[in-house]
Each structure stands twice: as structure tokens, then as C-alpha cells.
Design a protein around this ligand. Structure first.
Ligand code: FAD
Ligand code: NAI
Length: 498
């Protein structure tokens, strides 16, 4: 009995301590201390965007030596790897967002966060013009500010290749609004198919979901849609669930070209078992309101009726990026995006613009991994620049001061420090590729011991979940996502439609 009593008390004490620590951490997070104000003597860094690149930069950046202004049409960071889970209701939208101010409130110096869309960058005058694109506008809704350094991290938009009907009749999967729209549209198709008197042909059309693009986005979405169907719709719409079809269309000979052959085969066989049809060497030529026009491998064009088209055919640069590149026509000639040097400086910008992430054209894939490592790297670069500036300013003062033994020694020591300040080039360290393929399975290509370790299945899925849970930027998001997963396991996904 004494042992039981001690054990009981120890458990209680552990729970209270854990709860207290959790409360302390969250409260400390919510109420950080006072920040240094804007300092006109300091250089100003303007950051365009609040995505992977920008947020990683802001997280690491020491603002003691800089004024920082963030301009983005979204006042939050979106954790894109979990966006497909939002599209089918596994996660609620808010769980994968982090307001940018949550991050900047913890910086040493105040960071100005402006919800606006950058409209123009002038690399000669070193200014950015931006405007408020939200529904509510004040008397002032557009302005121009100057920068000493510009971090250009506006990402990319969905590539449509100018194919007719894509913009009008398909759902993209880039922004949070895309995932919410897809969820609404998918449930609308299901409810419309359940309308009394619907013909069999119309039901088949409405319940045919076409996913375009066999890259990771298309694969993950197809997998998530399949889970929704198996785990929930079969119970709520038993008369319809068996009629829902998912077709994945890919122009290349195989899906997921960036993964190893064995994982491509594993994905294809998993999809086959899940009854997701993969059409490779098939190109979408047009999207209509109720169908897609497919160019089949034999070059014949076939019209396929469908209820919804999800378009995940890759990235293209934004208009503002094209406009900026057009201002530096001799150096910015790559149609894929901004050309940067090894230090991520935009070619032709006189070392004042740094471009990172999906808006650049580099040898790296447009991934969150690359963008976040580039953001981190830039933050470290800015720390080096600040040190260099401080040394040079001191050297300038010493030059005009009376030349004594002491000043000469200090100048010599500073010169040595200056020489040691090496600005290393950006080096990307690939941590592996991961993708969810549905049915509680994931695939992973991991660089281990100078080789590649390929794995797929349920264990990889658990690894996928823990990897993304730990990559989420805050304790708040980790808690929300973990709770959503638990809710989904206990109660299933929500089938109501806004
Ligand atoms: P983004 O993260 O797209 O950020 C761009 C920012 O710029 C946004 O905040 C946007 O609002 C802002 N912006 C846009 N226009 C303007 C403007 N005019 N002025 C100012 N700001 C502007 N990569 C992985 O490595 N692993 C994954 O698992 C993975 N999963 C993904 C799943 C999905 C569904 C998608 C769509 C992508 C996924 N990616 C993944 C790719 C990854 O999201 C991108 O490579 C990454 O977001 C690029 O970061 P970025 O900072 O360049 O751009
Ligand atoms: P993607 O560029 O990787 O794939 C798009 C696919 O669409 C291509 O394979 C292309 O051949 C195909 N396509 C284009 N036009 C077509 C047409 N008309 N008809 C049929 N097929 C067509 O694009 P995705 O998947 O959006 O990924 C973008 C970037 O984000 C990639 O770099 C990817 O690595 C990254 N990403 C990574 C994820 C992960 O690591 N889990 C998840 C999602 C995205």
C-alpha cells in the first residue's frame, strides 16, 4: 500500500510539473519581453513574403543590428506539406498556419509586419511599392519604401501552361484557400450525386475526380482523397462511395520522377490496390466545366467526364518576379526564375537584393527544404555583414583619430578580424524526400552513409508524421496538428459543407 501511495503521488507530481512547464512555456511564448524600437541609424532589410524562405530567415535573423520590414499579402506562414490534409478535412486550416507576428514578437528589435502585396521593386532606387489588397481599405492603401537589403522570397504560382479552361474550371493546391475550395467542391459533387433522381451517368461524372500532375502534390492529394473515401465516405454515403473514382493524369512516363525507381513502383502498386487509376504519358489539353480533354499515349484526344479537376502541374514565376527580372535584362535571362550567385545575391542587383526559394532558378528543386535552408543561410550572412560594417566603421574612426601606438594596434587587430570574416557560399544539405501516398503509407528516399535508403510503408508513414510534426515551427502548431490527428482517428473527418 505504501508503494502504491508513493507511485500515485509521484505520478500526480509528474503530471502537475508537466502541465506547469507546458503552461509556463506557452505563456512565455505569448508574452515576450519589450523590444528595441526602429533605429534610423541602422540598415533596413525589407523581406517580401511570409513563406518558407522568409519565415526561416526571420526565425534565425538577429535584429539587433537591423530594422526589418516584412511585406506579404498573407499575414501568416503556411505549412504547405500538410495542405493536402486540409483539403480533405484531416486537419483544420488554422492548425497549419502561424501568424508572422508570433515569430517577430520574439525578436530583439521590433519588426514591422505589413499585410500587403508588393507591386513593384525598383532595383536602382532601391525601393518597393506595395498595396493593400484586402477587402477593407483605408485612406492610404499603397505606398513606397526604401531598403538597404531586399530579401525577395515571394515563391511561385501554379503553372497552367496557358491550357484552356484550367484557371476557370480546376482547383489548385498552393494556398489555404485552394484547399478549402477543394473540400467544398468535393463535398458538393458528393451531395449533388446524392440528389434524388440523378441519372447513373451524371452520378458517375460527378463522382469522378481527376488529379492532374504526378508530382508529389498530385500524389499526396490522390492519397488523401482515397483515405477520405475509405475512412469516412463509405460510412456516410454507402450508396455512393463505391462509385467514387480517382484518376491521376501525368504527362511523363512515370509519376514522382524525383523518387527512386523502387518507390515509384511501390507508389504505383499501392495506388492500384487503392483503385486510383494512373494515366501516364497522358496530357491534359483542355479543362471544361464538366470534363477534361486528354491526349492519350497514342495521341488520340479523348473527352473524359468528371465532377472536379485538381490541378497540380508545377510552378511558374509570379508577374512581379517577371517584372523585376525585366528591369535587369542583361543578367536576368533565365525563364525559370531569378538568377542568383553562390551567395544568393540577385545577379545585376549590386548586392542589395537576395532571392531565395521558389522564385529563383537554381540547380535545386523548388522545395521547402531548399527555401528554409536558404533563409537560414541569409540570416547568418546578415550577421556577418553587421560585424563587417561595425569593424569598418571603427576602422574609419581610427583613421581620423590621432595615430598613437594604441590606435595602430587596434587597427591592426581589426584588419585581422576583417580578413577572418569569410562570407561562405550557400551549401544545400539534402535531408531526403518524403511523400504520403494514402492508406497510412508514405515513401522516403533518405541520404544515409553517402548512399540512398529507400523505404515505403506504414513505418515510413509514422516517420513522415513525426518528421512533419517536429518541423512545424511552433509548439502551438504541433499541439493543434496532433490534436486534429487524434480527433480524426476518434470521430472521423467532417462531411459538412460550408
Ligand atoms: P512560399 O512558401 O510559397 O512563400 C511565398 C510567400 O510570398 C507567401 O507568403 C506569399 O503570400 C508571399 N507573396 C506572394 N506574392 C507576394 C508579393 N507580390 N509580395 C509579397 N509577398 C508575396 N516542399 C518540401 O520540401 N516538402 C514537402 O513536403 C512539400 N510539400 C508541399 C505540398 C504542397 C501542397 C505544396 C504546394 C508545396 C509543397 N512543397 C514541399 C514545396 C514548398 O512548399 C515550396 O518549395 C516552398 O513553399 C517555397 O518557399 P518560398 O518561401 O519560396 O515560397
Ligand atoms: P511537379 O512539378 O513536381 O509535378 C508536376 C507534374 O505535372 C509533372 O510531372 C508534369 O509532367 C505534370 N504535368 C504538367 N502539365 C501536365 C499536363 N498538361 N497534363 C498532365 N500532366 C502534366 O509539381 P508539384 O507536385 O506541384 O510540386 C512542386 C514542387 O514542390 C516540387 O519541387 C516538389 O518536389 C515540391 N513538393 C514536394 C513535396 C514533398 O516532398 N512531399 C510535396 C509537394 C510538392
Amino acid at each position: 500500500r505504501t508503494f502504491q501511495l508513493i507511485l500515485g503521488r509521484a505520478t500526480l507530481a509528474t503530471i502537475i510539473t508537466a502541465a506547469g512547464t507546458f503552461y509556463y512555456i506557452t505563456q512565455k511564448d505569448r508574452h515576450p519581453g519589450a523590444q528595441l524600437p526602429f533605429d534610423p541609424e541602422k540598415k533596413t532589410i525589407v523581406v517580401l513574403g511570409s513563406g518558407w524562405g522568409a519565415t526561416s530567415l526571420l526565425k534565425t535573423l538577429d535584429t539587433t543590428d537591423y530594422n526589418v520590414v516584412v511585406v506579404s499579402p498573407k499575414n501568416y506562414f503556411l505549412f504547405t506539406p500538410l495542405l493536402p490534409s486540409v483539403a480533405v478535412g484531416t486537419l483544420s486550416p488554422r492548425s497549419i498556419l502561424q501568424p508572422t507576428r508570433y515569430l517577430t514578437r520574439h525578436k530583439t528589435r521590433q519588426v514591422s509586419v505589413i499585410e500587403a502585396e508588393a507591386k513593384e521593386v525598383d532595383p536602382v532606387k532601391k525601393t518597393v511599392t506595395f498595396s493593400d489588397n484586402s477587402e477593407i481599405k483605408g485612406q492610404v492603401s499603397s505606398t513606397t519604401i526604401g531598403y538597404d537589403y531586399l530579401v525577395y522570397a515571394v515563391g511561385a504560382e501554379t503553372q497552367t501552361f496557358g491550357i484552356p479552361g484550367v484557371k476557370e474550371h480546376s482547383c489548385f493546391m498552393k494556398e489555404l484557400s485552394d484547399a478549402e475550395r477543394m473540400q467544398r467542391q468535393f463535398m458538393d459533387c458528393v451531395e449533388t450525386a446524392a440528389f434524388p433522381g440523378q441519372t447513373q451517368e451524371e452520378i458517375d461524372r460527378l463522382l469522378h475526380m481527376v488529379v492532374v500532375g504526378g508530382g508529389p502534390t498530385g500524389i499526396e492529394l490522390s492519397g488523401e482523397l482515397h483515405d477520405f473515401l475509405e475512412d469516412d465516405l463509405k460510412n456516410w454515403y454507402p450508396e455512393l462511395a463505391g462509385k467514387i473514382r480517382i484518376t491521376l493524369v501525368e504527362a511523363l512516363p512515370s509519376v514522382l520522377p524525383m523518387f527512386s525507381k523502387q518507390l515509384i513502383d511501390y507508389t504505383e502498386s499501392t495506388f492500384k490496390k487503392s483503385k486510383i487509376e494512373i494515366l501516364t504519358k497522358t496530357m491534359v489539353k483542355e479543362v471544361k466545366e464538366q470534363s477534361v480533354m486528354l491526349q492519350m499515349p497514342d495521341k488520340n484526344i479523348v473527352e473524359v467526364p468528371c465532377g472536379m479537376v485538381i490541378w497540380a502541374a508545377g510552378n511558374v514565376g509570379r508577374q512581379i518576379t517577371r517584372d523585376l527580372m525585366a528591369k535587369l535584362p542583361t543578367t536576368q535571362t533565365n525563364r525559370r526564375g531569378i538568377t542568383v550567385d553562390d551567395h544568393l545575391r540577385m545577379a545585376g542587383s549590386n548586392d542589395s537584393i537576395f532571392a531565395i526559394g521558389d522564385c529563383t532558378a537554381s540547380s535545386y528543386a523548388p522545395t521547402a527544404q531548399v527555401a528554409s535552408q536558404q533563409g537560414n543561410y541569409l540570416a547568418r550572412q546578415f550577421a556577418q555583414f553587421a560585424k563587417k560594417d561595425a569593424i569598418e566603421a571603427r576602422l574609419a574612426t581610427l583613421k581620423t583619430a590621432p595615430q598613437t601606438e594604441e590606435t595602430k594596434n587596434e587597427a591592426a587587430s581589426l584588419m585581422k578580424q576583417l580578413e577572418k570574416l569569410k562570407l561562405r557560399p550557400f551549401h544545400y544539405s539534402h535531408q531526403g524526400s518524403l511523400a504520403y501516398i494514402g492508406s497510412d503509407k508514405a515513401i522516403a528516399d533518405l541520404p544515409i552513409f553517402n548512399g540512398n535508403f529507400a523505404s515505403g510503408g506504414v513505418a515510413t508513414y509514422l516517420f513522415w508524421r513525426s518528421a512533419y510534426l517536429s518541423t512545424l515551427f511552433s509548439l502551438r502548431n504541433r499541439t493543434l496538428v496532433a490534436t486534429d490527428w487524434l480527433k480524426c482517428k476518434l470521430f472521423g473527418r467532417d462531411v459538412s459543407r460550408e
